[in-house]
Design a protein around this ligand. Structure first.
Ligand code: SAM
Length: 230
């Protein structure tokens, strides 16, 4: 018989215990609806969605020892690179009905799939079909956000993330930046690439809180968590 416990430190994150194994999960904001074929477990009247670390880099970071988790009920989030909504859907579960996720995706085809699978069933997501290089075009975003999450796998992703933070992230807000080292430089050592991107963040007024590598779930990827000091 499965059991569930809330994470001690991360608001909205749960651990489903089955056959002696703990699996990270969130409580489904759209009961009965799945987004990416994830497994669901019904316990004490609540439906939990098992969060797959091989499909979501945020889940991989949690399993690899993430210490700073800026999302909580009511958080306002700007999410760059929504894709078809795998990670966005779990963030949407966590911030709940009082929170909001502004989700940016530049491919209209991908954005349509995202809307069909995910946004249709959740009132706390605003889809923005735009290029993250041009945050001045986001008409849907209102006010400042608490968190910017960036996972766009582009060579200039750090610069793009910084530009978005300048416009939309509040002071002391958190930037979570996924770095795919091969998108930046295919030959350079990933550790060196991660260091160079961290340096760009520091030079632009961010304090690095943690760098967490995502192997074995995602090879040559890291998540850099930083705080906007200005
Ligand atoms: N974050 C997603 C998840 O965990 O479910 C996966 C994101 S996938 C690695 C990168 C996505 O970013 C793709 O869907 C791609 O179309 C989108 N993307 C890439 N460059 C972009 C840009 N400049 N503006 C907006 N979206 C972009």
């Amino acid at each position: 018989m499965a059991q569930v416990r809330a994470d001690n430190n991360f608001n909205g994150v749960y651990w489903v215990i089955e056959d002696g194994q703990e699996k990270v999960a969130t409580s489904n904001l759209a009961p009965g609806k799945k987004v990416y074929g994830e497994r669901t477990v019904f316990l004490n009247g609540i439906e939990y969605r098992i969060w797959d670390p091989f499909r979501s880099k945020l889940a991989a970071a949690i399993l690899n020892g993430l210490k700073f988790f800026p999302f909580k009920e009511g958080s306002r989030v700007l999410y760059l690179g929504a894709s078809t909504g795998t990670t966005v859907s779990h963030v949407s579960d966590i911030v709940g009905a009082k929170g909001i996720v502004f989700a940016v995706e530049f491919s209209p085809r991908v954005a349509n799939e995202f809307i069909d699978r995910c946004v249709k069933f959740r009132k706390n997501i605003v889809t923005i079909v735009e290029d993250a290089r041009k945050p001045e075009n986001y008409v849907g975003v209102f006010g400042k956000v608490d968190v910017v999450y960036c996972d766009i796998a582009q060579p200039d992703q750090t610069e793009i993330a910084i530009k978005n933070c300048r416009m939309f992230l509040r002071k002391d807000g958190v930037l979570m930046l996924v770095i795919k080292s091969r998108s930046i430089d295919v030959v350079k050592e990933p550790t060196k690439v991660f260091e160079e991107e961290e340096e760009k963040l520091r030079a632009n007024g961010f304090e690095i809180l943690q760098k967490i590598e995502l192997a074995p779930f995602d090879k040559d990827h890291a998540l850099i968590v930083s705080k906007k000091l200005f």
